[in-house]
Design a protein around this ligand. Structure first.
Ligand SMILES: [Zn+2]
Length: 225
């Protein structure tokens, strides 16, 4: 059983790296953002609560996120382990998490704020299917149009330089204590998140002694190593 925590500022590729890590290792990806979105889309009771909070311009509280994650982990559908991203959000949650689960490692995707700005401010989002694009690195084939569903691409209203600066400040303030706590337990693997996703994934796997990432799905072959 393997259990990892993926940490990193927005735009650092947490979701992508988590999905890549889960794919052939049979790990379950527990992404806070995905779970919250699912509840909103499925019109659950919790989804209605989240929608109200967001409509009021508020952020979903740490306590609400914690109860969502506790419930998600209690499903115990992760026979081979999990990769969790978007949690823990503060020192108290990190302590609870360490006491309750046997963590194999914390992956900290390190990205300078200048690079976060470049990535996030060039981000475009499909209004129909939610696919992310970046007009510098990951351009759609037709400008302003989603490759997957043909939907219209827009900028998120909160992706302005001012809003991003505030989010970065908040992220650093909140994350520092969490990372410090994990560092004291010597769990933290710092990874430079600037190279392309496959290179980053390769570094993570090598450092944890995991089998190399295979980009294309193929038939399982007996490992000679
Ligand atoms: Zn789309």
């Amino acid at each position: 059983m393997r259990k990892y925590v993926m940490m990193g500022v927005q735009g650092s590729g947490k979701g992508t790296q988590s999905a890549m890590l889960c794919r052939d290792l049979n790990l379950v990806h527990i992404g806070v953002g995905d779970i919250l979105r699912w509840h909103v889309q499925q019109h659950t009771k919790l989804g209605a609560q989240i929608r109200r909070i967001m409509a009021g311009g508020e952020l979903v509280s740490d306590d609400l996120v914690e109860s969502v994650i506790r419930r998600r982990l209690a499903d115990h559908d992760w026979n081979y382990g999990f990769v969790i991203d978007g949690f823990p959000r503060n020192g108290r949650q990190a302590e609870f998490f360490l006491e309750s689960y046997d963590i194999d490692g914390v992956i900290h995707l390190d990205l300078p704020d200048s690079e976060v700005r470049r990535r996030v401010l060039n981000r475009r989002l499909c209004t129909r299917c939610g696919m992310d694009y970046n007009i510098i690195d990951d351009r759609p084939e037709v400008e302003g149009q989603c490759d997957v569903c043909g939907g219209q691409l827009t900028t998120r209203p909160d992706d302005t330089p001012e809003a991003l600066a505030a989010r970065l400040r908040e992220y650093h303030d909140k994350t520092r204590p969490v990372l410090e706590l994990f560092r004291r337990k010597e769990y933290v693997l710092n990874v430079d998140a600037q190279p392309d996703p496959q290179t980053v994934q390769g570094v993570i796997r090598a450092r944890f002694g995991l089998p190399p990432y295979r980009p294309e799905p193929e038939m399982p072959v007996p490992s000679g190593a």
